[in-house]
Design a protein around this ligand. Structure first.
Ligand code: ATP
Length: 254
């Protein structure tokens, strides 16, 4: 069904190349060369779940637990080493700053580039240009190469493009944290409007209040596996337990 994301026993293994200096004896005998060793790192292993059309699912976990890797698999940017990822519907990924952007090109040309990456015709994107720059509040920056944008401006443009193309699945990685508070509020408002229209949302965030506000279900990742899948309050409590974190007491007034 359109808007569905299915992971079946998914594993993702990265190859890491590490440089190791040989011992003095090895170096003298073999010449001063660095030895390259290939190590495997399983960022995800045995991950299975299904996100149904119109669901708003949060993804939380400590740094390095595999959240971005999981989103990149859902967005089709990565292919799993093992298992199966099935995505039915048009995905608009807002993955990481500058993903899908060419820094040398102008903001306008990057809109066309991003549109093409999401399978949109140039004519279609031309029709959307003005609205995209208006939502991003970047009028006047259409012809500036995006390498001269600030990180917040990048994030604004990326978000504005993704939400304008009416995606069936919106995949959002942490970018909301980059925009200023007012822009974050506008992004959340737009996300809610898309959810009301039936868009599926997959959201990574370290801001637990944001996750609890937008999502009805949360997956908690721990060392590359899903260790909780359920109501946001329970997942957030487990997450904090795993981190050994107790939120500070709320200050009382009056
Ligand atoms: N391109 C890559 N090559 C090698 N290892 C990688 C690559 N990308 C991620 N990793 C490793 O995979 C693991 C999971 O990384 P990932 O970025 O998915 O975590 P994350 O939960 O999104 O972290 P964060 O909260 O810091 O963004 C980490 O150990 C990381 O070092």
């Amino acid at each position: 069904m359109t808007g569905t994301i299915t992971f079946e026993d998914v594993g993702m293994c990265y190859r890491l190349h590490r440089e190791r200096v040989r011992s003095l004896k090895e170096a003298v005998l073999g010449g001063f060369r660095h030895l390259r060793e290939a190590d495997e790192l399983w960022a995800l292993r045995g991950v299975s779940f299904e996100v149904r059309p119109g669901e708003a699912v949060g993804l939380v976990g400590a740094n390095g637990s595999g959240k971005s890797t999981l989103l990149k698999l859902a967005a089709g940017v990565l292919r799993p080493t093992e298992g199966r990822v099935r995505v039915e519907g048009r995905v608009a990924p807002i993955i990481e700053l500058a993903a899908g952007f060419d820094p040398e090109l102008s903001g306008r040309d990057n809109v066309f580039l991003n549109g093409a990456l999401m399978g949109r015709a140039r004519r279609d994107m031309a029709r959307r240009l003005e609205r995209i720059f208006a939502f991003a509040e970047l009028e006047g920056f259409e012809d500036v190469p995006v390498k001269n944008y600030s990180s917040g401006m990048y994030a604004r443009l990326g978000f504005a493009i993704a939400v304008d193309v009416e995606p069936e699945i919106l995949v959002v990685d942490e970018v909301l944290a980059v925009g200023d508070e007012r822009f974050q509020a506008r992004c959340l408002e737009r996300i809610r409007a898309l959810l009301a229209g039936g868009t599926t949302l997959f959201l990574v965030s370290h801001q637990m209040d944001q996750v609890a506000e937008v999502c009805r279900r949360v997956l908690l990742l721990h060392r590359g596996g899903v260790c909780h899948d359920g109501a946001p309050a329970d997942a957030i409590r487990r997450y904090r337990e795993l981190q050994g974190f107790t939120p500070p007491p709320v200050a009382r007034t009056g």
